[in-house]
Design a protein around this ligand. Structure first.
Ligand SMILES: Nc1ncnc2c1ncn2[C@@H]1O[C@H](COP(=O)(O)OP(=O)(O)O)[C@@H](O)[C@H]1O
Ligand SMILES: [Mg+2]
Length: 157
């Protein structure tokens, strides 16, 4: 497991971190976001959307009533928020495999609720509230994230 810890000092930082991650993602990636309410999961997803070249005309928000929001881009983004689910069984019922093992990038908020179905090679990102504007962000993965880490470092994170 490769880990990289960084500090975000503002929502703008988190957007930039997300953008850099999005720019370096390839189709078929699963990004599992964990962390409390207000930690910045949706903010990071908005950055990832930028990096995937999702049109600025879309406002990326947590899909609450629909389980999944789809956005076309350089690579399509499938954004899920599983907060209201009781567990991964609910995802099985909606045929999640089609998204997880498809060509798009899947970003899941509250991934801790469905950790039994997160693929081993997923990009795991935990966000932790430090104070009003500060967040600790830990990126980890079993598969190649060294290039993402290199770019994040180069951009000053
Ligand atoms: N460094 C930071 N990173 C991300 N969000 C931040 C940061 N500092 C303040 N915020 C604020 O915290 C809130 C995070 O909300 P959101 O991204 O919806 O969290 P979550 O999806 O984890 O519930 C936003 O209002 C955002 O402006
Ligand atoms: Mg959210």
């Amino acid at each position: 497991m490769t880990n990289f810890d960084l500090i975000s000092k503002s929502s703008g930082d988190t957007l930039n971190i997300g953008r850099i991650i999005g720019e370096n993602l390839t189709g078929g990636s699963v990004v599992a976001l964990t962390g409390e309410l207000g930690a910045g999961k949706t903010c990071l997803t908005q950055g990832i959307a930028k990096g995937l070249e999702i049109s600025e005309g879309y406002y990326v928000t947590s899909p609450t009533f629909t389980l999944i929001n789809e956005y076309p881009g350089r690579i399509p983004l499938y954004h899920m928020d599983v907060y209201r689910l009781s567990g991964s069984r609910d995802l099985e019922d909606m045929g999640y495999e089609e998204y997880f093992y498809g060509d798009g990038v899947v970003v899941i908020e509250w991934a801790e609720k469905v950790d039994d179905i997160i693929p081993a090679e997923a990009l795991l990102i935990n966000l932790e509230h430090i104070d009003n504007n500060k967040r600790k962000i830990r990126i980890s993965s079993e598969s190649g994230i060294l290039s993402i880490i290199r770019v994040l470092k180069k951009e000053g994170f």
